[in-house]
Write a protein that binds this ligand. Structure first.
Ligand SMILES: Nc1nc2c(ncn2[C@@H]2O[C@H](COP(=O)(O)OP(=O)(O)OP(=O)(O)O)[C@@H](O)[C@H]2O)c(=O)[nH]1
Ligand SMILES: [Mg+2]
Length: 431
């Protein structure tokens, strides 16, 4: 059978059906691009400035129940665009740049050496002062009735969805050294993933019998229904305003975006209840150093101006590269006031360990001394078993006796060092 289908009938019948289908089953998130009514395309074309030629495009991802939040994000984006000029006009302050360099944080443009994980940590971060018991999950609260009784001092972490709360907790206190150098989601104690709305309840973790850590759901845009998010907001507020054992609150802000509208609303709430908090700048590895310094200054200034309960000093961190984590961890331990208990724990651990000559924890390091016997040019390896070493010497001897040059002597190339010394690396990156 032949069905006659003109262009207009196709548009009328088939396209709306496809739209309906994708919306109803939520199989494909369908982006609807709409031009803002205010932007007048013809006037903007006449304008010489290239930026004004781009009409403001509002992107709405249709998912049932999350439309309002997406709109809030779009408005936030617009606000950010208008502030960009102001932001770039200011120069980063010298003391801020020094502070960032001391921590070794901020992406360096065109850096030849990309440091990750343990190497980055050994380069820049202080060693962990205290060995702590591994973190263990012990309670999850979706409602007020399921919040555990207050016993030990508590440290809570709040921030927008996807800002990196869970990953930060893993980096600071996750189980084992592997977790502290940016463990994958699969091996981590605190669950994290690359989409907003992963943490759906107040998660309580205990660090031995020393203190508790509370990971919270985020505010702002998240893949969750409006009612669910309203429930999260209410439980977070009730917890923060009424918990007797709450000692420390960290508010996380994404270093790429700075303070957003939803952060301001949240900080207003904290100020009105006189709740003190510390601000942590997350994902600093994704921001270029000069931009990071500007953002640091801007955030600090706004906090000082508008939020009296914000404590002075920001913590710039990168949980994936484990930079700035040591400072935060030490701050946590000192502020929560459980240092004596931790020292006791240290002694207990030390007494259980056999005296092995080297003190403290053993950290497997990738860094090898530059003067290792392997890298010494022309020297046979003397740490081989006697028979092997003998055969190496014998195989090298005939060439030397015949006056033949070795490959290294011919090309004049120095053997490549597998690892660059720390000082050289620092120079390379921050010169
Ligand atoms: N590059 C980089 N990525 C990070 C960092 N911290 C977190 N992330 C990533 O950001 C994503 C979100 O991290 P989460 O820890 O789940 O964020 P969250 O704030 O707990 O999110 P919700 O639980 O949804 O509120 C994950 O993909 C992390 O790997 C960081 O310091 N650097
Ligand atoms: Mg989380």
């Amino acid at each position: 059978m032949f069905i006659r289908c003109t262009r207009s009938t196709f548009l009328i019948n088939i396209v709306p059906f496809q739209l309906l289908k994708s919306y109803r089953f939520n199989a494909i998130p369908f982006p609807i691009i709409s031009f803002d009514e205010k932007s007048n395309f013809s006037t903007s074309i006449r304008n010489a400035n290239w930026a004004s030629k781009i009409p403001y495009v509002k992107k709405v991802i249709r998912r049932p129940g999350v439309k309002d939040e997406v709109m809030e994000e779009a408005e936030d984006e617009q606000e950010e665009l208008s502030n960009r000029k102001k932001f770039m006009a200011r120069l980063p302050k010298e003391p801020t740049l020094k502070k960032l360099d001391a921590v070794g944080i901020g992406r360096v443009k065109n850096a030849h050496v990309i440091l990750k994980g343990e190497r980055a940590r050994t380069l820049y971060d202080e060693p962990f002062k205290f060995e702590l018991p591994p973190l263990q999950f012990f309670a999850g609260a979706k409602g007020l009735e399921s919040i555990p009784k207050p016993t030990l001092p508590e440290i809570a972490v709040v921030g927008r969805s996807n800002v990196g709360k869970s990953r930060m907790l893993n980096a600071i206190l996750g189980s084992g050294y592997g977790a502290q150098i940016g463990a994958s989601a699969a091996g981590a104690v605190v669950r994290h993933a690359d989409r907003p709305g992963v943490t759906k309840q107040l998660n309580f973790f205990t660090c031995g019998r020393l203190f508790h850590l509370v990971d919270m759901p985020g505010y702002g845009f998240a893949y969750a229904k409006d009612e669910v998010k309203a429930q999260w907001a209410s439980i977070i507020q009730t917890y923060l305003t009424s918990r007797s054992t709450l000692r420390l609150l960290y508010l996380l802000i994404d270093a790429r975006h700075g303070i957003k509208h939803s952060d301001r609303l949240f900080m207003d709430m904290l100020t009105s209840h006189e709740i003190k908090f510390h601000v942590v700048l997350t994902k600093c590895d994704l921001v270029v150093r000069s931009i990071l310094a500007r953002r640091y200054d801007m955030v600090e200034e706004e906090l000082q101006e508008k939020y009296p309960t914000a404590q002075s000093g920001l913590f710039p961190i990168s949980s994936t590269n484990s930079i700035g984590i040591s400072q935060l961890r030490n701050h946590m331990i000192h502020s929560v006031g459980c240092q004596p208990a931790i020292e006791k724990y240290q002694e207990k651990v030390a007494s259980k360990l056999k005296p092995s000559g080297s003190s403290g924890r053993r950290v497997k390091s990738n860094l090898k001394p530059a003067s290792s016997p392997r890298s010494a040019p022309g020297k046979p390896r003397t740490n081989l078993p006697k028979s092997n070493a003998e055969s190496v010497r014998q195989s090298a001897a005939p060439d030397a006796a015949k006056g033949k040059k070795t490959v290294r002597e011919k090309t004049g190339s120095v053997p490549k060092e597998r690892f660059i010394p720390l000082e050289k690396l620092k120079e390379n990156i921050y010169s």
